[in-house]
Ligand binder design. Structure first.
Ligand code: MN3
Length: 201
């Protein structure tokens, strides 16, 4: 069977404090992400999709009304596997690895312009969803946003960074302050080495 296995967090639960609390990580990882893993595994079995890659399953389910639950749960499983790795203690800020810095400057003009666009993308998502930094086949970067459990995989662009803007990601720490959460994510949490790794992979 294809089992979506909940990964361990790559750091201690309190490692991202005060920007993301242990309480948030505990609920987000052990309740929300685990729920997507359990439900997604069952849905993959029910839809006879076992043995296929997670990415192929997400593409197959995209825009297919009969597979909306797959988009939601398998999509969210994939999104969160990366989300934990998109953060690191003492992360964020404008000290980027070289090839990533060049790509951001080349695509947005400056780091500050990227940061403004990323935060605006997250603030502009109405309701639950994600804001993403993606690379097209010419390695040009852009900001995009999706609703609920969707992600950029079906677009064909490479996803190199994402931030969860569901209320469960920030309500304990920031209440309704999504913009403050997004700013803290970019300034203090992003694991730029992982973003560069995905950009170059
Ligand atoms: Mn989430």
């Amino acid at each position: 069977m294809t089992e979506l296995k909940l990964p361990e967090l790559p750091y201690a639960k309190d490692a991202l404090d005060p920007y993301m609390s242990a309480e948030t990580l505990e609920f987000h990882h052990e309740k929300h992400h685990n729920g997507y893993a359990v439900n997604g595994t069952k849905l993959i079995k029910d839809h006879n999709l076992e043995g296929q890659s997670i990415e192929d399953i997400i593409i197959k389910a995209h825009d297919n009304a009969d597979m909306q639950a797959i988009t939601n749960n398998v999509g969210q499983f994939w999104n969160h596997v990366h989300f934990w790795n998109w953060m690191t203690p003492n992360g964020g800020g404008d000290k980027l690895p070289g090839s990533l810095e060049a790509a951001i400057n080349g695509s947005f003009g400056s780091y500050d312009a990227f940061k403004d666009a990323f935060i605006a993308g997250g603030n502009g998502r109405f309701g639950s969803g994600w804001v993403w930094l993606v690379a097209d086949d010419q390695d040009k970067l852009s900001i995009t946003s999706t609703g609920n459990g969707e992600n950029p995989i079906p677009s064909g662009n490479k996803t190199i960074l994402g931030c969860d803007v569901w209320e469960h990601a920030y309500y304990i720490d920031y209440r309704n302050g999504r913009g403050n959460y997004l700013k803290a994510f970019v300034d203090n949490l992003v694991n730029w080495e992982y973003v560069e790794h995905l950009y170059n992979s």
